[in-house]
Write a protein of this length. Structure first.
Length: 289
């Protein structure tokens, strides 16, 4: 009996994601069945095509933000191979070695990474959720490859972690207990001439929203009567310190997200929802003023 655990996602560069809270790789087979006119069971079945996708969540905010495009900060495209690595567990032991030829890998020929959502709560670490969509290799040799004797896995290394920081809407500070971002991305995937592998994948639209939870009812009620135009919004991810609490505010180690175009409305007396008409601007290595 062989047991494996997720080890890393390696993007071209290479850039490794070693902390994976969850991942769901799927080949995305588009299957079909055909029946005789009076038949009860299929007389033919098969697969039209596949749309390989990996949904994953990680606290490695720095690595993901470092990969994303400079303009929208929601996607990255890779013409080189992205690898999902599984480390083999040792029966009656712990983990196998990263350089032993017993581990498993899935290789994705070309792919697009998208920043789907992010969540952070008081007394918890921020996590970012992403989607990876694969397409056919240049030259049409297929989207996916698999090996069960991989011996070139990289040993994990430490990463930065973040928690909730200051939040402000139109100049008013909000004492937030939680915050989430959803980019609400619409994907466009295209096939060619009956081929089974996708030849094209891109973002069609994004409609970002930010949801803020707070116990400051008075600040929520300010938006209760009608939505308000958004002119200045920001929130920080506050960097954590190994073995201690948080990195000092004045240290340029935090991450700032901001937007200036959109609207604010409420869903109750403890939640504000921002609907943005732009993607969130991202600034790393920031001090909290």
């Amino acid at each position: 009996m062989n047991i494996f655990k997720p080890h890393s996602i390696t993007f071209p560069g290479p850039v490794n994601i070693f902390q994976i809270n969850s991942w769901t790789p799927t080949p995305g087979f588009n299957t079909f069945e055909e029946f005789a006119s009076s038949g009860v069971t299929p007389i033919f079945n098969g697969t039209h095509d596949l749309t390989p996708t990996v949904d994953f969540e990680t606290p490695d905010i720095d690595a993901i933000l470092g990969l994303l495009d400079a303009t929208y900060k929601v996607f990255a495209g890779f013409t080189g191979i992205t690898t999902l690595s599984y480390l083999k567990k040792t029966n009656l032991g712990i983990n196998g070695a990263v350089d032993a030829a017993v581990n498993s890998q899935i290789a994705i020929a070309r792919s697009q990474l998208t920043f789907e959502s992010m969540s952070v709560q008081q007394s918890a670490l921020a996590t970012i959720s992403c989607k990876l969509k694969g397409i056919n290799a240049a030259g049409g040799t297929g989207t996916l490859d698999y090996t069960d004797d991989a011996d070139d896995l990289t040993a994990p290394s430490a990463v930065n972690h973040y928690t909730l920081g200051p939040v402000a809407i139109n100049g008013t500070a909000i004492c937030a207990t939680g915050l989430s971002v959803a980019n609400n991305i619409q994907h466009d995937t295209q096939f060619c001439s009956g081929g089974p592998d996708p030849e094209y994948t891109a973002i069609d639209r994004i409609a970002p929203t930010v949801t803020i939870q707070t116990n400051e009812v008075d600040k929520v009620l300010a938006f209760f009567r009608s939505p308000a135009a958004l002119t200045a919004f920001y929130f920080f991810l506050r960097r954590k310190t190994v073995g201690q609490i948080n990195v000092a505010n004045a240290t340029t180690s935090h991450v700032k997200f901001s937007a200036t175009v959109g609207s604010a409305h409420v869903t109750g007396d403890k939640e504000i929802v921002l609907r943005l008409r732009q993607s969130l601007a991202v600034a790393t290595s920031q001090a909290i003023a």
